[in-house]
Design a binder for this molecule. Structure first.
Ligand SMILES: NC(=O)C1=CN([C@@H]2O[C@H](COP(=O)(O)OP(=O)(O)OC[C@H]3O[C@@H](n4cnc5c(N)ncnc54)[C@H](OP(=O)(O)O)[C@@H]3O)[C@@H](O)[C@H]2O)C=CC1
Ligand SMILES: CCCCCCCCCCCCCCCC(=O)[C@@H](N)CO
Length: 323
């Protein structure tokens, strides 16, 4: 057996001490949030990621409600979910920008166990070319809409009869972890959700409500199909650093994240690196992930700087070729 050097012993001891310390301070651990027979309320549930989530939750035996503006698309979603899972979902036509309409929908739907704020709009354009109307549109739907939903659902969630933990999940975006060319307004709306989620978690933990924040990369959805037709070339070049995933995959990652009470939920491998690089002071309930964050912080910062170097090089080249 090879002799361990003093430095090796020192490193192993430090590692064990940090592991034990993390295991001691990370609370609560190993949460299980069941969704079978519970009320899962999904906004934007008529298309893309929200629709995939509604299918998945219904197939796992949840009582699902979906909310969006367009009634026809809501009914189409209801029919397709009934066909594939045999379960009925309740539909609520409303615009999340209207707080009264949101309140009415949630009151009609009944107390929520799992609220998934997934509605979102994205109009990628350089700020200089973007009308303030469009900026406001994204902030209103993505950020204010989420405030309206949580304000409406929280009283019922706090007074729920079940003693099982409840969940508020918010769909952000990788563009809510790092600012991306063409997404000034969109990124601002998604970064805003992070502040909301971190503060909210402290306010609702006493009621055994767990907040989850989901960070998908580009995802194959009807909304994304529209987006790719109009987004600036550089937005596509930079976003390609993280590839494109299927809506079903994001739905799976999201529901697993919710069920395990994870605060930050990445959706692919680059997303995992990005989550480690941007962990900041977010809650972390998994000792394993916390350990990764502690030891990988330096190296992921280095990788992040290399990626930034590549992005700024692309920007420089693009402007040299196009101006
Ligand atoms: N696709 C992607 O590349 C990525 C998406 N995301 C995020 O995931 C979420 C879902 O995106 P995706 O599935 O692609 O989007 P889609 O455009 O495919 O679907 C959006 C859904 O939100 C609903 N919605 C939009 N505006 C409102 C509103 N004002 N009030 C109520 N409902 C509304 C839409 O229905 P209706 O129009 O009828 O209201 C629809 O059901 C968004 O928050 C998005 O930012 C994050 C990362 C990547
Ligand atoms: C340190 C390690 C870093 C790892 C790589 C990070 C790559 C980040 C790429 C960001 C892509 C942003 C996609 C936005 C998707 C979206 O929200 C729009 N499609 C609108 O829906």
């Amino acid at each position: 057996m090879a002799d361990l050097s003093l430095a090796q012993v020192f490193f192993v001891v430090i590692f064990i001490v940090i592991f034990l310390l993390l295991a001691l301070i990370l609370k609560p651990q190993s949460i299980k949030i069941p969704i079978r027979n519970r009320h899962v309320f999904i906004t934007g549930g008529s298309s893309g990621i929200g629709l995939a989530l509604a299918h998945l939750a219904a197939s796992e035996g949840a009582r699902v409600s979906i909310l969006a503006r367009n009634v026809d698309r809501l009914q189409e979603a209801r029919d397709s979910i009934r066909l594939s899972t045999g379960n009925d979902v309740a539909v609520f036509p409303a615009d999340v920008r209207d707080p009264d309409a949101v309140l009415r929908a949630i009151e009609e739907a009944g107390p929520v166990d799992v609220l998934i704020c997934n509605q979102g709009v994205f109009v990628p354009r350089e700020l200089e070319k973007q009308e303030l109307e469009e900026v406001k549109f994204m902030i209103d739907v993505n950020l204010m809409g989420t405030f309206h939903l949580i304000k409406a659902a929280l009283p019922g969630m706090k007074n729920r009869k079940s003693r099982e933990p409840a969940s508020i999940a918010i769909i952000s975006s990788q563009a809510g972890q790092v600012g991306i060319y063409g997404y000034t307004a969109y990124s601002a709306s998604k970064f805003g959700l992070r502040g909301l989620a971190e503060a909210l978690q402290q306010e609702v933990i006493a009621h055994n409500i767990l907040v989850s924040l989901i960070f998908p990369p580009d995802t194959d959805t009807p909304g994304f199909e529209q987006e790719t037709k109009m987004r600036p070339q550089l937005t596509g070049i930079i976003a390609a650093s993280s590839g494109t995933v299927k809506a079903d995959e994001v739905a799976k990652k999201t529901l697993n994240g919710i069920k395990s009470g994870s605060f930050i939920v990445p959706c692919n491998f680059d997303g995992l690196l990005l989550a480690i690089a941007t962990a900041g002071l977010s809650p972390q309930r998994s000792v394993l992930m916390a350990l990764c964050e502690v030891f990988a912080a330096g190296p992921t910062r280095f990788i992040g700087l290399c990626i930034q170097w590549g992005w700024y090089r692309s920007i420089k080249r693009w402007y040299a070729q196009n101006n």
